[in-house]
Design a protein around this ligand. Structure first.
Ligand code: SF4
Length: 358
């Protein structure tokens, strides 16, 4: 198939069946496209829509985002996961505000040099917001091109990815760039989906290698399996006499960087001793709850929540920058990792802890 036929078919399909009413498709500024592209990296469209509207309402432009407190930005990311995305958005907004007068630079290399913006995201910003001709290669596009061209190998491998970039470049038309970019993303999100692709209604099925050879369920190849190691931790939900819970801010780098978490302990035995030594707290009672698992990309974390009530009336803290007491029902503006959200929600709803498996 000539290359322009690929884009022609896709554009014709997009006109009739593509998504034209997503919030970031209106007022397509580079800023709005950037925020939406970062959100969509690991998040389904339905979820991203809700978060996008709230995020834009609170951070309508680069300067507002750059001047916001990191906690406030992370608070608006709570529940989306992959918090490095939010930290990078904030960091990048500061750079853009200081070095580019609050406006995203509109050339590929400058964008790629900013934290959290890779080649595909930069291409999406420039093609969707500025009609500049740049290919993109996000997860959806990788899937479409792997299947269409019958590309073997896991797309995360360098040589496979390079091959896919050359196909992405080949098919990107000279005109109607924003529509084409949206069209290929939409095809991957609605028809050429991971499980059960709807090949019968696909505009590319005539020349799709995977469809013609019945391999649409085999391609793209999955990431080679590795057995994730398991780690264990104890979350201590420490409650004072006023019904406040102690939270600690995690270091800015590493897992859940800068988010607020319950104090962690390696073993049951260490809790009482540490509480006394670190904070000077004495325990009134302690209830253990069911351990549940949270999975990261490179390990499983088994979390045992332990609800501790303190004997003494206290809201003393060691370092106000790193720890705080919060009322559960208070409208605090802190960012929390998903397991903490789930525990807080259950505490808040029932005034006792009922943990679900997750
Ligand atoms: S024919 Fe099927 S596998 Fe091929 S691109 Fe279309 S939806 Fe994907």
């Amino acid at each position: 198939m000539p290359d322009d036929q690929f884009s022609d078919l896709l554009l014709a399909w997009f006109d009739r069946h593509g998504r034209h009413d997503l919030p970031w498709q209106f007022d397509r500024s580079p800023y709005r496209v950037w925020i939406s592209e970062i959100m969509l990296q690991q998040t389904q469209v339905v979820t991203a829509v809700k978060y996008f509207n709230r995020f834009i309402e609170n951070f309508p432009d680069v300067t507002t985002l750059s001047k916001a407190k990191q906690d406030y930005v992370l608070h608006h990311w709570t529940g989306l996961g992959y918090y490095a995305r939010a930290r990078n958005l904030h960091k990048t907004a500061k750079i853009i505000d200081e070095q580019y007068d609050g406006k995203l630079p509109l050339d590929l290399n400058s964008l790629i040099n900013l934290p959290g913006i890779g080649r595909s995201t930069a291409g999406a910003i420039l093609s969707l917001a500025c009609e500049q001709r740049h290919p993109i290669l996000d997860g959806n596009v990788k899937r479409v091109l792997s299947r269409y061209h019958g590309v073997e190998g896991w797309p995360g491998k360098k040589d496979v990815e390079a091959n896919l970039w050359s196909y992405a470049e080949l098919h990107t038309p000279a005109e109607l760039i924003s529509s084409y970019t949206q069209a290929i993303m939409d095809l991957g999100a609605t028809l050429c989906i991971r499980r059960k692709p709807d090949c019968q209604h696909c505009p590319l099925n005539h020349d799709c290698v995977a469809f013609k050879t019945g391999r649409e369920h085999e391609l793209p190849e999955s990431k080679p399996k590795s057995n994730l190691p398991n780690r264990e931790t104890i979350f201590a939900i420490i409650e004072n006499n006023s019904g406040e819970i102690l939270l600690e801010q995690r270091p800015s780098t590493g897992i859940w960087g800068s988010l607020w978490c319950f104090p962690e302990f390696p073993t049951d035995k260490s809790i009482e001793i540490s509480l006394l030594e670190k904070y000077g707290y004495k325990l009134k009672d302690k209830i253990e709850f069911k351990t549940f698992k949270h999975t990261f990309s490179h390990f499983h974390l088994s979390i045992k929540p332990v609800h501790i009530r303190l004997k003494t009336q206290t809201n003393r803290i060691n370092d106000a920058r790193l720890s705080t007491w919060v009322k559960l029902e208070a409208n605090h503006q802190l960012g929390f990792p998903a397991p903490v959200v789930s525990i807080l929600k259950n505490l808040n709803n029932s005034k006792r802890i009922v943990l679900n498996e997750s």
